[in-house]
Write a new protein. Structure first.
Length: 300
């Protein structure tokens, strides 16, 4: 029963990891950009919700109505003034630019809010600690369950958006061939702006989930970036449902690791990530070798 509870908690934790990894995977699949400011943007959204709740008395759930459009607008500015300009200099410069931006965001937040940790849990009444007991001795936190459902709804909604709408199909076409979509009337520059705005909205949702379920501080963006990167790689970068699977695998690994050893929470997650990374690298090399052998035999 203890192991069942740990696995269930890991699955629910994976819902949050899927949320935080969604925007990172989405941006990479469309623009090929690894956004190292991803975690810092999530913390920025968390602080925005906290300010609205602390000083204006606005519930975090209602605060999303203000914060998410602001994150979308921030995504437009981010794309036009950082990513678009830096991408002209090659692949490395956008990575360095987003890294520098993350440092700026972290230090600005530290200057204004200090190093104290904060949480949105006090503004959620009993939702922050209430739970169900579906089985004897197995408890399911309501907030964790709602976050998992939000992750499924967000990923499913994005999947439908990409497959059923004109803008979604344009984003997929731009991701497939950025240089030639202009031949069919698609403005790749505008599509990248829309994609970044969408990605920042998902980051805002992830920041809200983090602030509701745990504590956060100005320098908490780095660990969130690592979790997002690991979940995206485990599930397959660019795959939305793979992101959910990667988050669940990472969450279950961390939950089981914590049960085995108090220090095993992070170690188990990193170990699973490295195993998947090495396995994919070896599989890729074996596939290339097999393809080369088959090609040589066919031409010989």
């Amino acid at each position: 029963m203890i192991w069942a509870a740990q696995i269930l908690q890991g699955v629910l934790l994976g819902g949050y990891y899927a949320l935080i990894a969604c925007g990172l995977s989405f941006m990479f699949s469309v623009m090929g950009v690894i956004n190292l400011a991803h975690g810092s943007f999530a913390i920025l959204a968390a602080f925005a919700l906290w300010v609205l709740a602390e000083y204006l008395g606005i519930s975090p759930l209602y605060g999303l109505v203000v914060v998410l459009p602001a994150m979308a607008l921030l995504g437009v500015v981010f794309q036009r003034f950082v990513l678009e300009r830096s991408s002209r200099a090659g692949f490395l410069i956008p990575v360095l630019s987003t890294f520098g931006l993350s440092i700026c965001i972290d230090n600005i937040l530290f200057q204004h809010f200090g190093a104290d940790t904060r949480s949105l849990a006090p503004f959620l009444d009993d939702l922050s600690y209430d739970s169900w007991e579906p089985l004897g001795g197995v408890f399911v936190g309501k907030l964790s369950a709602y976050i998992f459902l939000a992750a499924v709804a967000l990923l499913g909604g994005l999947q439908l958006f990409l497959s059923r709408t004109f803008l979604g199909r344009a984003i997929r076409a731009t991701a497939a061939d950025h240089d030639t979509v202009g031949l069919v009337g698609i403005d790749a520059r505008a599509i990248n702006t829309y994609a970044t705005a969408i990605a920042l909205v998902t980051v805002g949702i992830a920041g809200a989930a983090l602030a509701m379920r745990a504590t956060f501080s100005p320098y908490a963006g780095g660990p969130q970036l690592i979790f997002a990167f690991e979940a995206a790689v485990i599930g397959g970068t660019g795959s939305l449902w793979g992101t959910l699977l990667g988050g669940v695998v990472l969450g279950v690994a961390q939950s089981i690791g914590a049960q085995l050893n108090p220090q095993g929470f992070l170690i188990a997650g990193h170990a699973v990530f490295l195993i998947v990374l090495v396995a994919r690298t070896l599989f890729g090399r074996l596939s290339d070798l097999l393809l080369a052998l088959l090609t040589s035999k066919a031409t010989g």
